[in-house]
Design a protein around this ligand. Structure first.
Ligand SMILES: [Zn+2]
Length: 321
């Protein structure tokens, strides 16, 4: 295939239902992608054999030699040990217990392999390919079912001494609040994550709320319905979003004083809510609590959307330099 310059890099995005495989060239350009269903073999070893075979097939389909691959990046669900590149039984991959991803892929391809958790990988992807381009100090928040975060400081991903740097979703908003999946109480993830929000909304949404009508039932009510209802002027939805913005602003103020980023990139829920319902009120609430010299911080929506799984692993592969 013309235009693809070697050496190549391979990225894998490991998910509970889908695996994204991406091929990048020497300039970091995305050359080819593939998605396969997450294998459900008898054990993780057979699953990894299947994933590696799909990657080799992708290379061959482009007329490329697997020997031209010089590095591999893997985005994987947490919790994981980034030092050893080892998965620790992610909830959506229960039969992948203590999977040594880095060692296995290094053996299979004979190249260096870097493994990062989803949120760090997404931060790297937005930084290299998306809304984070051009800055050296960036904080990215996933804001989907949970609240993952990744921190880029001085032009490099911050991992911390124990691989837990940037776990901003587990700062406490209310130390006596609702129990979080992490075992602590009242984490920001409980206040801002879509899963916990939906759980609360199922109880608190008034029968007259448009959000409930859009969802069809309390069980199905989610942030997307709330955003649509707010857009159409529903009072309950607007009040809920205002409360959500306020909690998020409080977290971003902590982020600004801790890291003083040039840009903060916000994922799914904030992106869906957009300028009027989220970003504009957020910017003014945050700026009101910052020193004047910090107010230039840009608060923007994530840009990659559905392209994220194709970019996340590849961005990790380029972060090994
Ligand atoms: Zn927590």
């Amino acid at each position: 295939v013309s235009g693809i310059t070697t050496p190549l890099r391979l990225g894998f995005d490991i998910g509970g239902t889908k695996i994204g495989i991406a091929l990048g060239d020497g300039q970091g350009r995305l050359c080819a992608t593939q998605r396969i269903a997450t294998p459900r073999g008898p054990d993780w070893q057979s699953d990894l054999v299947e994933i590696a075979a799909a990657a080799r097939a992708l290379l061959e389909a482009q007329g490329l030699d697997p020997a031209a691959v010089e590095a591999i990046g893997i985005a994987a669900p947490g919790p994981l040990d980034p030092e050893r590149g080892c998965l620790r039984k992610p909830p959506n991959l229960p039969h992948w217990d203590q999977v040594p991803l880095r060692a296995w892929f290094e053996d299979a391809f004979g190249v260096p392999v870097q493994v990062e958790n989803d949120a760090n990988a997404a931060a790297l992807a937005e930084w290299r390919y998306g809304a984070g381009r051009g800055v050296r100090d960036l904080v990215y928040l996933t804001l989907s079912t949970g609240l993952g975060a990744g921190v880029i400081a001085n032009g490099a991903l911050v991992r911390g001494a124990h691989g837990a740097a940037g776990e901003l979703g587990h700062l406490a908003l209310d130390p006596d609040g609702e129990l979080c999946a992490c075992g602590m109480r009242g984490c920001y993830e409980v206040a801002l994550g879509g899963a916990a929000w939906a759980r609360r909304l199922a109880h608190t949404a008034p029968g007259s709320s448009l959000a409930l009508a859009l969802a069809g039932s309390r069980e199905r009510l989610a942030a997307t319905h709330l955003i649509e209802a707010a857009r159409r002027g529903d009072a309950f939805a607007l009040a809920e979003l205002a409360r959500w913005n306020q909690a998020l602003a409080q977290l971003l103020i902590v982020v600004c004083y801790a890291l003083d980023p040039a840009r903060i990139v916000l994922g799914t829920i904030a992106t869906a809510a957009g300028e009027d319902l989220c970003l504009k009120p957020l910017r003014s609430a945050v700026a009101a609590r910052l020193w004047p010299q910090m107010r230039a911080v840009e608060i923007v929506a994530a840009a990659l959307g559905d392209e994220l799984p194709a970019r996340a692993g590849l961005a990790v592969a380029f972060a090994t330099d």
